[in-house]
Ligand binder design. Structure first.
Ligand SMILES: NC(=O)c1ccc[n+]([C@@H]2O[C@H](COP(=O)([O-])OP(=O)(O)OC[C@H]3O[C@@H](n4cnc5c(N)ncnc54)[C@H](O)[C@@H]3O)[C@@H](O)[C@H]2O)c1
Ligand SMILES: O=C(O)C(=O)C[C@@H](O)[C@H](O)[C@H](O)COP(=O)(O)O
Ligand SMILES: [Zn+2]
Length: 353
């Protein structure tokens, strides 16, 4: 996989100018969603390096991370004269960077692109590491490709217009990075004041968090082994997310991951000796900030069916988890029986209720 440059911006105008001019391209395109066109594009609109760029816009949030929107992006590129030598800038959250990245990866078999993530989640996670794609057939990220942006420009100034729920959503992926890295980072995340955000301090935490992801992706870009660590909380989290989407009450990705982390830490305590005190500390933080995902025991079977579609699964019928023996002690390729999975759903309902 080609190398990706992650830039923590000190001067967005200069950093973007440098990134854009490092490409030789015939046409420049900027993809936004309806919110980022209004709230984020004005921050870059006057930059000389993007004058003359073709701007196009898609609907917001995961409900639009689908084939129809992807076809719209392909159509726009095609009818507005993009060639294999055109350059795309994705300006938005994970929905825009996932879908725009996949559009770039597939248009004329691949054009170059730059990500400018504008949500906390996309800064620390989605825009980095080359996973692109769309939801399909009711399943999360069912279709996609590994295709990294050439550059990712991170500037926390964009976060000033982001709502609190989306700050929390991104923070869940940061918490995941804390759990898979070290106790110091995990503890500083649990102690950060999310009700009165200090953006300068947040920028430092973002820098450390994205480094955790970069280090893992560098070792295993195609998720054959250790990259599965980045999927902690996602076997159950994606099942919650797909289930909520089907019920037409979508939940933010990071919330689903936070609730998935609760379940998978319980499984870690049960199967790989994760310390119960650290499980309870994390669980308390999640319960306080994210509340609870509503389901009953009548939904267990449906949730279990969703887990069967997880991309980490090695064989039909066996469900793959990333668990922890301790903070930073990653145990990939763990499995659990249907009984154990139902037990952890019981635990979730009892403790989070
Ligand atoms: N590729 C990966 O490695 C990876 C990692 C994590 C998550 N994801 C995917 O990312 C998606 C979620 O991304 P997300 O959480 O960024 O959600 P999102 O892109 O849907 O953005 C959330 C909302 O915030 C708005 N928004 C974006 N930037 C804003 C800003 N600066 N100010 C105000 N509003 C703004 C958006 O328009 C949207 O309404 C999911 O589809 C998830 O599966 C991918
Ligand atoms: O980058 C990765 O690898 C991740 O697993 C990061 C996750 O936070 C992200 O949600 C990813 O899109 C999940 O991928 P999937 O392969 O489980 O669909
Ligand atoms: Zn995720």
């Amino acid at each position: 996989m080609s190398k990706q440059e992650v830039i923590i911006c000190t001067d967005l105008r200069q950093d973007l100018e440098k990134a854009v001019t490092s490409h030789s391209f015939d046409k420049l395109f900027v993809l936004t969603d309806e919110h980022t066109r209004e709230m984020c594009y004005p921050l870059i609109a006057s930059f000389p390096c993007i004058q003359g760029a073709e701007l196009f816009c898609i609907g917001v949030e995961d409900i639009h991370k689908n084939l129809e929107t992807l076809a719209y992006v392909w159509t726009q590129l095609s009818t507005r004269g993009a060639t294999r030598h055109s350059l795309l800038i994705n300006l938005g959250g994970g929905m825009v960077t996932d879908l725009g990245g996949f559009a770039a990866a597939t248009f004329k078999r691949g054009i170059s692109y730059i990500n400018i993530p504008t949500t906390l989640l996309s800064m620390v996670d989605a825009a980095v590491g080359g996973k692109t794609g769309i939801n399909f057939n009711g399943l999360k990220n069912e279709i996609g490709a590994f295709a990294p942006a050439d550059q990712v420009l991170i500037d926390c100034e964009f976060l000033r217009t982001l709502d609190h729920a989306n700050i929390l959503s991104g923070y869940a992926e940061m918490l995941k990075h804390g759990l898979i890295s070290n106790t110091t980072h995990w503890a500083e995340l649990l102690n950060f004041d999310l009700t009165n955000i200090d953006y300068a301090r947040l920028q430092q935490l973002v820098g450390r968090s994205v480094q955790v992801k970069e280090d893992i992706v560098a070792q295993d870009p195609f998720e054959k082994g250790i990259r599965k660590a980045l999927n902690l909380g996602h076997t159950i989290g994606h099942a919650f997310e797909s289930f909520a989407l089907k019920r037409e009450h979508p939940v933010l990705h990071g919330y689903a991951v936070a609730w998935g982390i609760v379940c998978e830490l319980y499984l870690s305590a049960l199967k790989t000796g994760f310390p119960k005190d650290k499980m309870h500390q994390t669980l308390y933080f999640i319960k306080e900030n994210y509340g609870k995902f509503p389901f009953t025991c009548n939904d267990y079977e449906c949730l279990y069916e969703y887990m069967k579609h997880d991309k980490k699964n090695a064989a039909a019928g066996s469900i793959n988890f990333t668990l922890l023996g301790e903070i930073g002690d990653i145990r990939i390729n763990q499995t659990a029986s249907q009984e154990e999975i139902y037990e952890l759903l019981d635990f979730y309902s009892e403790t989070m209720g």
